[in-house]
Design a protein around this ligand. Structure first.
Ligand code: NAD
Length: 245
């Protein structure tokens, strides 16, 4: 039987590339989106046309009821959930002293509470009863080393690493692995606000000499979900071109 994966925030960017990679590898895929309905529908049509098993589901990861309904729907459609990829996230460039409490709460809600909601729901409803599963959380190099002007973002991405390591220990006896993919600079909407000049400077700082692409990240995620990665848990893999070593 095909394995089933939920990918949050998968209508565009890195999540979209992950969804394609898993769909073409024979997984049943649930593409979660919140606001990018057009892109989610278009991706679903493209993959379904190629014979992939795809569903899309609108749910705000900060809303527990919506998340629970999505998880029930995926289980009702495909039977269970084997892999959860917490990819949805937001970022913001601001001086620390300019960050409002509202900014901080929004960042924490999406980037931390969102991961908590989906993970707890999938664990309770599918992975723990079956004593099987793989959870992959998307952090960032800035959660490892911190970024100036991105203190709020770095805080939440570091929290994801801490949460994943603790959860890996708690869930190992239940045969569930938890790992982190912490990308470097990847060409998506998230870094589109950087000027051409800033991108050039960034490129020069990357030992491999280029900004990463979404497929580079999807490849790491796919590896962590594979049978070959069965003895890996609580680890951070960072596709970053050598920017952080
Ligand atoms: P993106 O903005 O293209 O994708 C993020 C997706 O998350 C969007 O589709 C967005 O609608 C969705 N999302 C946001 N809030 C949501 C919510 N409440 N509920 C459901 N979905 C929601 O950016 P991306 O670059 O593809 O980012 C994907 C992940 O990779 C993020 O977690 C990001 O922090 C991480 N990341 C990106 C980079 C980069 O350079 N692009 C680097 C390191 C880590």
């Amino acid at each position: 039987m095909n394995k089933t994966v939920i990918i949050t925030g998968a209508a565009k960017g890195i999540g979209r590339a992950i969804a394609k990679d898993f769909a073409y590898s024979g997984y049943n895929v649930c593409i979660n989106y919140n606001t990018s309905e057009e892109q989610a529908k278009e991706l679903c049509q493209e993959l379904a046309k190629d014979g992939c098993n795809i569903i899309i589901y609108k749910a705000d990861v900060t809303n527990r009821q919506e998340v629970d309904k999505m998880v029930d729907y995926v289980i009702g459609t495909f039977g269970n959930i084997d892999v959860l990829i917490n990819n949805a996230g937001i970022s913001e460039y601001k001086l620390f002293t300019d960050i409002t409490q509202e900014d901080m709460e929004k960042m924490v809600n999406v980037n931390i509470l969102g991961v908590f909601n989906t993970t707890q729901s999938v664990l309770r409803k599918s992975m723990l009863p079956r004593k099987d599963g793989t959870i992959i959380n998307i952090s960032s190099i800035w959660g490892m080393v911190g970024a100036s002007l991105e203190v709020a973002y770095s805080t939440t991405k570091a929290a994801i690493i801490g949460m994943s390591k603790a959860l890996a220990k708690e869930l190992a006896p239940s045969n569930i692995t938890v790992n982190v993919v912490a990308p470097g600079a990847i060409s998506t909407d998230m870094i589109s606000s950087l000027s051409k000049e800033d991108l050039e400077v960034l490129k020069e700082e990357i030992p491999l000499g280029k900004i990463g692409n979404v497929e580079d990240v999807a490849a790491s995620v796919k590896f962590l979900a594979s049978y070959e990665a069965r003895y890996i848990t609580g680890q951070v893999i960072s596709p970053n071109g050598g920017l952080v070593i």
